[in-house]
Design a binder for this molecule. Structure first.
Ligand code: ATP
Ligand code: MG
Length: 406
């Protein structure tokens, strides 16, 4: 029977919480592979074993596993009865499946009633590979590692290890709300929080009614991309144009951007899941004038929520590389009219103090503007893969129909 052997590292270290992490990982793997012929997910000797029906699309299953946080590495393999000839045939097939010059057989005999010890078994199978397929044994740095594991009821032969994304299984760390523009940075910030086991809810502020839908469509696309890593997402789109024009009308020009951000944080915190008072932004120190230490402090002071900035110490080039890897870059660079391009002053301040921001906000009815933003928010849910959506998503889950522009 075909199978995929999934290995975890970091979550293996979680001591007393280990069972909970493994359960979460298994449930995420099951969801990610919905409809792909995975007939069972089982925790076995410190790994997760996915059993596949014959003929299941194993390459697609592997793709999904490769995007599941908590997976250190994985390999496609075969489950079989404990029998030396059967294992030898499977090892030869695994060796023929990949190009290599050097190889190693890693044998593990969890069932000590099997007559050959692990080293003898590895030696026997390795000799068969040299004889029938070729190559040279290198136990230190092999091109190809073939793993043979013998458990009481079955044996497993798996081929080359492929890396997973690491991190912790999504939702094991809780829930956060990411302020997502259509830019390059915030999707990467969201990805990094998912990698640390967070389920990320999204809030996008559009310039509506003063801008086109372009930024909203980009936000949809970006959340859709990112949902491949967390399987379920929620995006709230807040029309922010009127709120901005209120700020523009009443506060000093140089402080607009900082006040926009403070208002965004307050609205996002108000929209956050019950108890989830953690906000995430894509800010990176010094990247633009609003992202100085002083401004960041003044922006975060607008809310008692914890404000996390996972990109704060990253260079733009590193952020772009990661955006390319996770598949959001191409969408992020599409032209749009972000709300932040509305009424942006030529010389925004780099040093807005908390006192200055609070003084400027005394000219505004802040609670009313927050309430206006919350009331205008439209929610949309995303689910991946589509087969999972059939199980979980009802059309009425979206608060309002939100037709896409052409
Ligand atoms: P990004 O690439 O994420 O747009 P940026 O470098 O352009 O970031 P800013 O425009 O200063 O930076 O925005 C800083 C952060 O504020 C963003 O990373 C995002 O978290 C939040 N933000 C900015 N504009 C919006 C928006 N329209 N909707 C939601 N969040 C936003
Ligand atoms: Mg931006």
């Amino acid at each position: 029977m075909p199978c995929v052997v999934v290995r975890y590292h970091e979550i293996a270290l979680k001591g007393g919480n280990r069972a909970r992490f493994v359960q979460r990982l298994m449930s995420n793997l099951r969801d990610a592979t919905t409809g792909l012929g995975v007939v069972a997910a089982q925790s076995l000797q410190g790994r997760v074993l996915l059993r596949l029906a014959d003929g299941a699309p194993i390459a697609t299953v592997c793709e999904r596993v490769a995007n599941t946080f908590g997976v250190a590495n994985y390999s496609a393999g075969i489950e079989m009865r404990v029998d030396l000839d059967t294992m030898r045939a499977a090892v030869l097939a695994a060796a023929r499946a990949e190009p290599f010059t050097t190889f190693a057989i890693r044998a593990r005999r969890a069932d000590k009633t099997f007559p050959l010890t692990s080293p003898v078994l590895a030696g026997t199978l390795g000799a068969a590979v040299v004889e029938h397929v070729g190559g040279r044994v290198d136990l230190e740095h092999p091109d190809l590692e073939i793993t043979v594991e013998i458990l009481p009821k079955a044996a497993y032969v798996s081929g080359g290890k492929r890396p997973g994304p690491g991190g912790l299984p999504v939702t094991s760390s809780g829930r956060v709300t990411c302020l997502m523009s259509g830019g390059i940075d915030s999707p990467v910030a969201a990805y990094r929080m998912m990698q640390r086991g967070c389920r990320v809810d999204f809030v996008h502020f559009s310039g509506a009614p003063y801008t086109s839908r372009a930024s909203v469509d980009k936000a949809y696309d970006l959340v859709e991309q990112l949902t491949r890593y967390q399987l379920r997402s929620e995006l709230r789109v807040v029309p922010f144009g009127e709120i901005q024009s209120e700020i523009v009308a009443r506060v000093p020009r140089s402080h607009r951007v900082v006040l926009y951000r403070r208002m965004m944080l307050r609205i996002a915190a108000a929209l956050g899941q019950r108890g989830a008072r953690v906000l995430v932004t894509g800010e990176s120190l010094g990247q633009v004038s609003s992202q100085t230490l002083e401004n960041m402090q003044t922006i975060a002071a607008a809310t008692p929520a914890l404000v996390l900035r996972p990109l704060v110490g990253m260079d733009k080039t590193e952020i772009i590389q990661q955006a390319e890897r996770i598949g959001t870059f191409a969408t992020s660079i599409l032209p749009d009219q972000d709300c932040c391009t509305l009424f942006t002053p030529a010389h925004p301040t780099t040093r807005a103090s908390i006192a200055e921001a609070e003084a400027a906000e005394r000219l505004l009815d802040v609670p009313a503007l927050v309430a206006q933003g919350v009331a205008g928010a439209v929610r949309k849910q995303f689910i991946f893969p589509p087969a999972l959506a059939v199980r979980h998503l009802k059309p009425e889950d979206d608060e309002r129909a939100h037709p896409r522009s052409a």
